[in-house]
Ligand binder design. Structure first.
Ligand code: HEC
Ligand code: HEC
Length: 382
């Protein structure tokens, strides 16, 4: 599979006539526009050439309309709430405890740990409220049509209230929380500025501000994104080889470019964790065939989001990739694994729009302490 030149399209594959391809003016690609797309590229089979990518190159999608004209005051309110432990029953836990910019918008531990574990965030964190699932990286949420590992939330507004009210996460009571926020003059003022049409410290405004802020975590400036826009010098040959092997192994069926994720649910036979029962999609659909299926996560910023899978059962990025290669059922070599990891790790990195930690929050409470803030974070290749 790894030998010889790689041609696109592979014989077995029907190529959709993607309009995006026609916009790009490569000689070969242009020739396939309007045609069936399956003509051989060259009369001479000894000429070894390949198109720039194994799939029709598509630039990163435009930001959704809902992100237009959001008042700056609403984004700033969302940011402060995201970091403010006032949202938790113990006044020590915040969204950022489990979704920190220092851990790729995750938390660096296998499964999230909710209130009752003190101010520590990151790998030192341990406590009574250990969840069943790995805290996902919150990148590119604005493009999603389903959220959570089993897709059970549709909107960020709806999702934001779940951890706030969940017994094991922030554990708050809606009425008590609104009363607490309303007693902080800075919040009263900031809610009014953020929602001029409907001023007030309400649960709907709270979730709307958090959702608006979360939508700004866009990862669209990775090396691959520049390459997809036609700056082909950005990726070296090994990275390009890795991209072709990624496609040959079928990884793009679910981790679909340009987001490298999808609303596909699949059972990847991830190792079980002692004491954790999780039937995944089946818990939402009540269909036996959905047991063990989880949503396809993004491969962007993979190095920063260890450990991996819905239950955090695989620690290292290289082992996660190898596990997925084994799942493909196709033969592969160590070199395939190396090149695919190289492609993912080096060309799909962009954490530039992570959350931005404020120095202080309106409640005046101390922010969660994260050791990654003082020591460089570990992880392979970072
Ligand atoms: C105790 C750790 C913890 C805290 C605190 C926490 N989360 Fe999460 N978050 C998780 C875990 C674990 C999941 C995955 C849960 C699942 O899929 O069932 C998740 C999932 C999410 C998702 C869906 C991501 C995706 O890729 O589908 C969003 C959005 C999110 N959290 C936002 C927030 C916000 C906003 C807050 C604060 C109001 C917050 N979280 C607080 C652990 C946490
Ligand atoms: C049939 C769809 C599908 C295919 C094909 C697929 N994946 Fe996945 N991938 C998933 C799903 C679903 C998960 C999450 C599974 C879980 O946690 O139980 C996942 C998880 C991962 C993870 C862990 C990401 C994280 O943040 O936890 C990596 C890395 C990964 N896949 C790489 C690959 C590679 C490399 C290939 C090609 C060899 C591939 N995948 C093929 C669906 C797929």
């Amino acid at each position: 599979m790894s030998e010889g030149p790689v041609y696109w399209p592979p014989e077995s594959m029907d190529v959709p006539s993607a309009a995006g391809v026609c916009l790009l003016s490569f000689v070969w690609l242009a020739a396939s526009c309007g045609g069936s797309g399956t003509e051989p590229r060259s009369e001479d089979p000894t000429i070894q050439e390949r198109p720039p990518a194994p799939w029709p190159l598509e630039a990163f999608p435009d930001l959704p309309e809902i992100m237009n004209d959001v008042p700056e005051a609403r984004l700033e309110l969302g940011r402060l709430l995201y970091y403010d432990p006032v949202l938790s029953i113990d006044n020590q836990t915040a969204c950022a405890t489990c979704h920190s910019e220092l851990w790729g918008m995750g938390d660096g531990i296998p499964r999230g740990v909710g209130h009752g574990a003190g101010l520590d965030a990151g790998p030192r964190r341990a406590g009574p409220n250990t969840l069943r699932r790995n805290s996902p990286a919150l990148f590119n949420l604005a493009f999603r049509s389903s959220l959570l590992w089993d897709g059970r939330a549709e909107t960020l507004e709806e999702q934001a209230l779940m951890p706030i009210l969940n017994d094991q996460e922030l554990g708050s009571d809606e009425k008590a929380l609104i009363a607490e926020l309303s007693a902080i003059p800075e919040y009263v003022e900031r809610f009014a500025d953020a929602f001029p049409e409907d001023p007030g410290v309400t649960i709907d405004n709270l979730s709307a501000a958090l959702a608006a802020y979360e939508r700004t975590f866009v990862s669209n400036r990775a090396t691959y994104d520049g390459y997809a826009e036609g700056r082909f010098g950005l990726m070296n040959n090994e990275q390009i080889d890795g991209m072709f092997r990624f496609a040959e192994m079928g990884c793009d069926d679910c981790h679909a470019p340009p987001l490298f994720e999808s609303e596909t649910f699949a059972n990847r036979n991830v190792p079980e964790v002692d004491g954790v029962v999780d039937h995944g999609l089946e818990e939402r659909t009540a269909l036996g065939e959905d047991r063990g299926e989880f949503r396809t996560p993004t491969l962007r910023n993979l190095a920063a989001t260890e450990p991996y899978f819905h239950n955090g059962s695989i620690q290292l990025m290289s082992d996660a990739v190898r596990h997925e290669l084994e799942q493909s059922g196709l033969p592969f070599t160590d070199d395939d694994a190396r090149l695919i990891l190289l492609f993912i790790d080096k060309t799909l990195r962009d954490e530039s729009n992570s959350a931005i930690r404020p120095l202080e929050v309106p409640s005046g409470l101390p922010l969660p302490i994260d050791p990654a803030g003082v020591t460089p974070r570990g992880g392979e290749g970072s």
